[in-house]
Design a binder for this molecule. Sequence first.
Ligand code: FAD
Length: 410
Amino acid sequence: MRRQRSVDVLVVGGGPAGLAAAARLAASGAGTVEVLEREARAGGVPHHCHHGGFGRWGVTGPQYAERLVEDALGAGAAVRTGVSATGWAGPLSLDTTGPHGLERITARALILATGARERPRTARLVPGSRPAGVFTTGELQQAVNIYRQEIGTRAVVVGAEPVSYAALSALRRAGVEVAALVTEEKRPQVGRCRAAAARLGVPSVPLVTGAVVAELMGRGRLSGVRLRRGDGRDGRECVLACDTVVFTGDFVPDHELARRGGVLLDAGTRGPAVDGSFRTASPGVFAVGSGVHAVVPARVAAGEGVRVARAVRGHLEGVGWPCGAVPVVVGAPLRWVAPNLLSPGAPGSRFVLRTAKALVCPVLVVSQDGRCLYRQRVLGKVLPNRGLYFSGSWVGKVDAGGGPVRVALG
Ligand SMILES: Cc1cc2nc3c(=O)[nH]c(=O)nc-3n(C[C@H](O)[C@H](O)[C@H](O)COP(=O)(O)OP(=O)(O)OC[C@H]3O[C@@H](n4cnc5c(N)ncnc54)[C@H](O)[C@@H]3O)c2cc1C
């Protein structure tokens, strides 16, 4: 039997985005604000990232997470841990399960802040058997920092973006030798200093570029990875002996709950499509943070939580839900853009996009039905897995009755 109750605002996900939204809403008198977090502790990803670099002051992940939890509780929000939202019972009603049993919670506004997950080995279609010793960064960090498990002796890290270097430091902390960082890109997607520090550090870590993992080897326990250089046509392959491999980055928004609720998803981000006020296409449902576009620095996710609070207040006070939003779409080599809906009256927010291919000083063009709305030469390099932010100053020129707005980079 489900216990039924109501709140004003229900936030699913107790990471930086959800906690910041809850703190701001509770502090501004939005009524009963409740956060559901399925983990035993709230804080989201920072909770298990023991390295520094979080927030404006670069504190460690757990310190940052603790501060967010304190802010939310201090403002009067309820933060309930060990509670998962498992499905929908209505447009603004969620079924949950937790230590106190099954519940059905109905809200006046729902914020989805469910974060992102790294694509595991299976989703990357890496051939081979299913040996032990295969991790994503999140799994590795939980094993090292929270459960203090034995990891292995020699590892290969797949990826060379910021999160890959976080995996590298977790492996070092666990006393695991790192055989190499392997990326299919031509260069790492981090600043030169960070890449050099790994390459030249003690012990140094070789960086293998332009290579993919073609096979996981070993039965029972991983014994090595077969790497294929280039596009594979020249047949250059080699085997790196290792008992551990960490697949890093390649994040996908955790969109299962949104999908089950029929919330419109964006084809590029694969998270809920949102406008500049983080409103989805489902009235009363908002979405923020890495669950919308994976993956952003924690302070950006928390900033979105702060910004969504204003729109949620407006909704609670009776501001109508927009209908007839214009979609914003991208073409290759771009992967996605966010926000990806333009609603009449929504603020002209900043946009962020991701490319699949490195480009040097490209030109960014925003157009609608062949009409140029905005053009900008981007100075410097645009790299895969790094966000490129650009102004929304052109939003006022969009024809609300026109076709999709297209963003191109070339
Ligand atoms: C390995 C790694 C290292 C990073 N290092 C840095 C760094 O140094 N500096 C930095 O600024 N950023 C860093 N980031 C990025 C930063 O952690 C994220 O941007 C930030 O955590 C996103 O916040 P979020 O609230 O959107 O999502 P998350 O932090 O992922 O939180 C989402 C929460 O929702 C919960 N949840 C999901 N579904 C449900 C459900 N159905 N019911 C209940 N709860 C649910 C999850 O358990 C999770 O706790 C790192 C990310 C990773 C993965």
